[in-house]
Design a protein around this ligand. Structure first.
Ligand code: ADP
Length: 270
């Protein structure tokens, strides 16, 4: 049986990483507006298997819209999202739209963690983690229950398995939300400002889990304002400003560029 000491695992088990180095997910020439205001145009982003990419930048620069476009929570007007180089989503104005735009089982391969947790309020922590796999009949109920308990244990939440979201702190709810995302065995994890809604004292427990996931070889795209975390944990940092990617490179390169680029220096304080 899984241990229930409430501690956060150092490394969190992952499905074996894909051998290929083709992008796990790639946005090609993405374009999106709200009304007449373009958020971004001709935006390109590719993330390789096992890569951890943090997206940073001022408020309103399009980070959230970008990450939500990667799994279809926002519909692009232009562009194509590829999963392992296979077309997955296409913009509504794309000529190919009809043949590409679909809700497919591929969507299940992308896990998402939201700023406001989005747990089901009338379900316990354990039920929140089990609900997706049960619905998709991934295995027998008893197997899924055992697996969900393992996932909760990995994020240090097994001791709270029978509690409802309102009985948990923000950090605890977010840890359950991470376990829920992992329960679907996603090949990619998207995080949209996962610590922005948390009390300062619970931010660390969520960042520690994300760091453990990063170390275990997960493919992760993270919109975050946690600069220290982004610099320490990411393979790549993408800096967005007014809908454009103005920097895309390693944390080391960003630290270097910061010295000569006023815009970066202003934002990237660590
Ligand atoms: P960021 O995540 O970098 O703060 P967002 O992607 O949330 O930026 O927002 C980019 C721009 O799109 C902002 O100007 C924001 O006001 C606008 N925007 C975002 N969502 C909507 C929406 N649902 N309707 C209208 N405008 C939106």
């Amino acid at each position: 049986d899984v241990a229930s000491n409430g501690e956060i695992a150092e490394e969190i088990g992952t499905d074996s990483p894909p051998a290929s180095r083709q992008p796990a997910i790639r946005l090609e020439r993405g374009g999106k507006s709200f009304g007449i205001y373009p958020v971004f145009q001709d935006l390109n982003l590719a993330v390789k298997p096992g890569e951890v990419v943090s997206i940073i930048g001022p408020s309103g620069s399009g980070k959230t819209t970008l990450i939500r476009s990667l799994n279809g929570l926002e519909t692009l007007e232009h562009g194509v999202v590829y999963l392992e180089e296979k077309p997955f989503l296409a913009g509504s104005k794309e000529k190919l739209a009809k043949s590409l735009r679909h809700v497919s089982s591929d969507a299940l391969r992308i896990g998402m963690v939201f700023q406001n947790f989005n747990l089901f309020p009338h379900r316990t922590a354990l039920e929140n983690v089990m609900i997706g796999p049960l619905y998709h009949k991934r295995a027998s109920a008893s197997e899924l229950r055992q697996e969900a308990r393992t996932m909760l244990n990995d994020v240090g939440m097994l001791v709270h398995e029978n509690k409802y979201p309102h009985q948990l702190s923000g950090g605890q709810q977010q840890r359950v939300a991470i376990a829920r995302a992992l329960a679907m065995h996603p090949s990619i994890l998207l995080f949209d400002e996962p610590t922005s809604a948390l009390d300062p004292e619970t931010v660390g427990e969520v960042l520690r889990i994300m760091a453990a996931l990063a170390r275990s070889g997960r493919t992760m795209v993270i919109v975050t304002h946690e600069m220290k975390f982004a610099m320490e944990v990411s393979d790549r940092v993408v800096f967005m400003e007014k809908g454009r990617i103005v920097f895309d490179g390693s944390p080391a390169l960003l630290a270097e560029r910061r010295r000569e680029d006023g815009r970066l220096a202003e934002f990237v304080r660590i």
